[in-house]
Design a protein around this ligand. Structure first.
Ligand code: ADP
Ligand code: MG
Length: 245
């Protein structure tokens, strides 16, 4: 690789008490790369991507995000959070704030953006996720698919360099999965660097540069989508694919 990775992870190990949840994780993510992470429930996928925006501590190894070294010495967590947007399975919108207020909260308070600018930015992204007309509604008035698109717009309003998605469609009714995946495909086409935990293998095939398969806290296999599906290297990958496809 010619350029420095935008996310560099080396020798990452993490424990919850005695439980060794992440084992020797090594991943470099180049700018514009799209990585899909899959694997059985409990394999450490969420814990892994939560480490990348400092939602979880880790005990060994290094994580560097756009030149910012994460770890116990990190003084300003918000420096990382504003570079790394995150979208969760359960949307995590603030129910008592409107769609627009959900999107402008962090830009105003973390980025110190003037309210007018934050609102303009938020509207731009709400248009991009195709729900500008819902701006003054409350999350509870929207469908799950719309709420998740608001969550994506909210993350984008911070103008992050990297976007993390943790099973963004698993809590949605089937008919709403596509609208969220379409939004993510658009984002990928615009060149966003993305790490996506998902079992949507159609999305992985279409969008991923690399697929990472995790099991029991380890990266078992890293492969191109073509090879991952046609020629998986490990028995555990084969078993996993046979269960979900
Ligand atoms: P995945 O996202 O692949 O389903 P997780 O990263 O959520 O896996 O969890 C990995 C393992 O770590 C699971 O066994 C889970 O029970 C455990 N775990 C997750 N969060 C915590 C926590 N805060 N404290 C203790 N154990 C946890
Ligand atoms: Mg998870």
């Amino acid at each position: 690789m010619t350029t420095d990775p935008i996310v560099g992870i080396a020798g990452l190990n993490k424990w919850f008490g005695d439980f060794h949840v992440l084992r020797d994780i090594e991943v470099d993510v180049a700018k514009g790369e799209r990585i899909v992470i899959c694997g059985p429930s409990g394999s450490g996928k969420s814990t892994f991507i939560r480490c990348i925006n400092a939602l979880e501590e880790f005990q060994e190894g290094r994580i560097v995000v756009d030149g910012i070294e994460l770890g116990p010495q990190l003084r300003r967590v918000d420096e990382v959070r504003r570079e790394v947007g995150m979208v969760f399975q359960s949307f995590n919108l603030f129910p008592h704030l409107t769609v627009l207020e959900n999107c402008t909260l962090a830009p105003i308070w973390v980025r110190h953006m003037p309210k007018k600018d934050a609102e303009a930015a938020a509207m731009k992204y709400l248009e991009r996720v195709k729900i500008p007309h819902q701006a003054s509604k409350y999350p509870g008035q929207l469908s799950g698919g719309q709420q998740q698109r608001v969550a994506i717009a909210r993350a984008l309003t911070m103008n992050p360099k990297v976007m993390l998605f943790d099973e963004p469609t698993s809590a949605l009714d089937p008919e709403m999965v596509k609208e969220v995946l379409d939004t993510m495909v658009d984002l990928a086409k615009e060149g966003m660097t993305m790490l996506v935990v998902t079992h949507e293998m159609g999305f992985a095939r279409e969008v991923a540069n690399r697929i990472i398969f995790m099991d029991a806290g380890q990266i078992i296999e890293t492969n191109t989508p073509e090879n991952f599906f046609a020629n998986p290297q490990h028995a555990r990958t084969k078993l996993f694919l046979s269960q979900i496809l």
